[in-house]
Design a protein around this ligand. Structure first.
Ligand code: AMP
Length: 403
């Protein structure tokens, strides 16, 4: 199916072509026609599936007729980074539409946002707390609002934004179109959806297989104290390509970045302990390829949309298997190929089992020669499969010896 067949306006088709998109992704095929009809949508889709265009294209099409400089569409996002990315997508898809969009989020000054809001905008992309600030100060007139998007609703709830989101919902016209996206639909998410939506169409892409498509999952059994050594070695063996490394804590991210820097890697740390300015700069440099490795925590990295991430590294096995899917979703975007490398110490083996249960797949355990774990991976199936495959990450027998 083509973008033309979805019934999009010529200026949007042109913008989409200029982005290099050849055909709509599954979520776009399903959500765009429903969105264009003005109906409410619940989409279960994670970042990396093309969901941003799935809601922005119908919004842009709807807004191209009608008054300019009046707030008619609002997108709520959990994090500043995601808000920036949605803004960039809105600017890209809307480049021939002449609509104004602004992102408002915390951690940076209010003033430039206030000025932009007062000058008049068509689309506001916001994190909930800062938006409420602006609403409270009378900077936002939402009386003409036509479309609301709740993006990554599950994350917004995880991050404790439920009261803010409810207050925002209370302040908006009830006659509107609402589009609701979430990677997972838990009880809480479902309750929020019921509160926010009228009769709606549900569009789904299976986030589990989406996460696995195009990704080579490589599991390395290694002792905790050897993880840094294995990672440094892997990075040396694959000198090209952007790598995003996840750690559980800010402190862990700092420590690891420091260690890798000492080993000669061009690396930056990216977490909530850094100022917004610092994080923006780090992300920019990573996008441009000036920084090769970004060591990030989950909250900070949520929704990072960087093209061509070759490898995602789970330096720690995430406690929540869903997080594995989110992390791994940073690579192999929209059909590309990528590697998800997980460094797994013996105390994390059981957690990895949970991840595999969620994905419905098992992966062989690799051992890097010279970094053998003190305890052998216990499952017979794993032991049989412990033979280095990893073409893309240079896991070869004897390839990683201790210096
Ligand atoms: P998203 O899930 O919205 O964060 O999008 C993930 C990535 O896929 C972004 O880098 C988009 O630019 C890209 N993308 C979105 N739609 C398409 C498409 N139809 N074809 C190719 N890439 C796309």
């Amino acid at each position: 199916m083509s973008f033309e067949a979805l019934g999009l306006a010529p200026e949007l088709l042109r913008a989409v072509k200029e982005q290099g998109y050849k055909e709509p992704t599954p979520i776009q095929r399903e959500a765009i026609p429903v969105g264009l009809e003005g109906r409410d949508v619940v989409g279960s889709a994670q970042t990396g599936t093309g969901k941003t265009a799935a809601f922005l294209l119908p919004i842009l099409q709807r807004l191209k007729g009608g008054p300019r400089g009046t707030l008619r569409a609002l997108v709520l996002c959990p994090t500043r980074e995601l808000a920036e990315q949605v803004l960039n997508s809105a600017l890209a898809y809307g480049r021939h539409s002449g609509l104004k969009a602004v992102a408002v989020y915390g951690g940076v000054g209010m003033e430039p946002q206030t000025r932009a809001l007062k000058r008049g905008v068509d689309i506001v992309i916001a994190t909930p707390g800062r938006l409420l600030d602006h609403i409270g100060r009378g900077h936002v007139d939402s009386s003409k609002l036509e479309v609301l998007v709740l993006d990554e609703a599950d994350r917004m709830l995880d991050m404790g934004f439920a009261p803010d989101v409810h207050r925002i919902l209370d302040s908006l016209p009830s006659k509107r179109q609402t589009m609701f996206f979430s990677a997972t639909i838990s009880g809480d998410v479902d309750r929020l959806a019921r509160r926010a939506l009228r009769e709606h169409a549900t569009v789904e892409t299976d986030s589990r297989t989406q996460a696995a498509d195009g990704v080579e999952h490589v599991l390395v059994a290694v002792d905790k104290c050897d993880k840094r050594g294995v990672l440094a070695r892997m990075l040396q063996e694959v000198p090209q390509g952007r790598t995003l490394v996840f750690t559980r804590t800010k402190y862990g991210a700092e420590k690891l970045a420091h260690h890798l820097r000492r080993e000669g890697t061009n690396v930056a740390a990216f977490h909530g302990g850094k100022t917004q300015v610092h994080r923006n700069r780090a992300l920019e440099r990573f996008k441009k390829g000036e920084t090769r490795v970004l060591v990030a925590t989950d909250v900070a990295a949520r929704g990072i949309d960087v093209e061509n991430i070759l490898m995602v590294v789970n330096f720690d096995v995430p406690r929540d298997p869903e997080i594995y899917i989110h992390r791994v979703g940073r690579t192999a975007r929209a059909g590309a190929r990528g590697v998800a490398l997980t460094l797994m110490s013996p105390d994390e083996w059981l957690m990895m089992r949970d991840v595999e249960a969620l994905l419905g797949r098992e992966f062989p355990r690799e051992i890097v020669p010279g970094f053998e774990p003190s305890v052998e991976p216990s499952q017979p199936a794993q032991r049989a499969a412990v033979k280095p495959r990893g073409r893309s990450v240079g896991l070869r027998r004897g390839a990683a010896r201790r210096r």
